[in-house]
Design a protein around this ligand. Structure first.
Ligand code: AMP
Ligand code: MG
Length: 347
């Protein structure tokens, strides 16, 4: 009798040790995520990560967000961008992050024939999108500023790590900064040993690995006219899903809606029939710049760029209530059954 009891006790002990051991490795992944909410870059950011390394890694992420905001913001006087803008006409020494973000911006500017252009700031500030007070500017004033927008005039000196823009020019990284940040956070989390995390920076989602257990993450594609409603859901792992939409930041004057994505050729908000562009790509900064670029390019030219490049997928939503999904997403996009929009696949 005594022997049986001792045997049972030993058996329980072995089980307890096994369970504790498992909790410290894979099993802990199935438990709840560690989450942080941060308000930065004018955006509510939700970070969520799994596993025993998550807590410490997310702490580092919060610091990285603050650091990058201090470097990129046009509204912080000591930022790299404010420094470049204040010293237009002279070469300004900047951080590696600024150089890297500007290199990605330049690549997408070249690809999109200038639809993406970080020297857009003279126009963004004229419309008031960098502040809380927005207004439709005088047409003459818009025309006067157009010659001060041209990404080809940015001088990036990689060796000296300096940036120079001509006098009268000004840079705004708003179209690439959040994607750059989410990519940096993903790199950091991986380095810290986190293999499963989801970061949501406003309309920007960055996925690290898969869900605990190996299933893909589900990312909703926002309905452009109905808050908290999705046009469909993407099932994905380890990539960036980034949306630019006219619904994200805008104002109405005399019954007309004016949004924050400016066509560098006209100086007016891009008005080519698109309501949103969602880009799926490996790199967050690239996806972010592309989402803005494709929004300006419009449906036809965006699809041409997609065919030409082959390194991203996208979902376009237009004013005719059509959702155009590129073929690489065909098997992983589930449309909302109740939606009145029509769905087509592009090849
Ligand atoms: P996103 O939400 O990523 O499409 O970025 C929009 C932000 O990028 C705006 O709020 C501006 O700060 C900036 N922006 C607007 N138009 C352009 C453009 N044509 N190229 C680059 N950046 C732009
Ligand atoms: Mg963007």
């Amino acid at each position: 009798m005594k022997r049986t009891r001792r045997f049972c006790f030993l058996l329980l002990l072995v089980f307890a040790v096994l369970i504790l051991g498992a909790c410290d490795s894979g099993m802990a992944l199935i438990s709840r995520p560690v989450s942080r909410q941060v308000f930065a870059m004018d955006t509510v950011m939700n970070l969520s990560a799994y596993g025993s390394k998550a807590e410490a890694a997310l702490e580092k992420c919060v610091n990285t967000i603050t650091q990058l905001e201090e470097v990129f913001s046009v509204n912080i006087a000591s930022s790299d961008i404010s420094n470049i803008n204040r010293n237009a006409g002279q070469a300004v020494h900047v951080s590696e992050d600024t150089m890297e973000a500007l290199r990605t911006a330049n690549k997408v500017s070249l690809m999109s024939d200038g639809a993406f252009d970080v020297t857009i700031y003279p126009l963004v500030s004229l419309w008031g999108f960098s502040t809380d007070i927005q207004q439709v500017p005088e047409d003459l004033e818009i025309k006067r500023r157009l010659p001060f927008v041209d990404y080809k005039k940015i001088r990036l000196n990689t060796k000296q790590q300096t940036v120079k823009i001509p006098e009268g020019f000004a840079i705004d990284l708003g179209g690439v900064a959040k994607g750059y940040t989410s990519q940096k956070l993903a790199d950091l989390l991986e380095l810290e040993g986190v293999t499963s995390a989801m970061l949501s920076l406003g309309g920007n989602v960055q996925l690290i690995g898969s869900k605990p257990g190996g299933d893909p993450w589900h990312v909703g594609v926002q309905h452009p006219e109905k808050a908290n409603t999705f046009l469909g859901t993407l099932s994905l792992s380890d990539c960036a899903v980034i949306t630019s939409g006219s619904y994200q930041r805008n104002f109405t004057e005399n019954g007309r809606l004016y949004h924050h994505i400016i066509n560098p050729d006209t100086g007016y908000p891009a008005g080519n029939g698109l309501l949103s562009v969602t880009i799926v790509a490996k790199d967050g900064a690239y996806a972010d710049a592309l989402s803005t670029a494709c929004f300006v390019l419009g449906e036809q030219r965006a699809l041409e760029l997609w065919q030409e490049r082959g390194d991203f997928e996208m979902i376009l939503v237009n004013i005719s209530e059509e959702v155009i999904v590129t073929s690489g997403l065909a098997n992983i996009f589930i449309p909302d059954e109740k939606s009145s929009y029509t769905y087509t696949f592009a090849n």
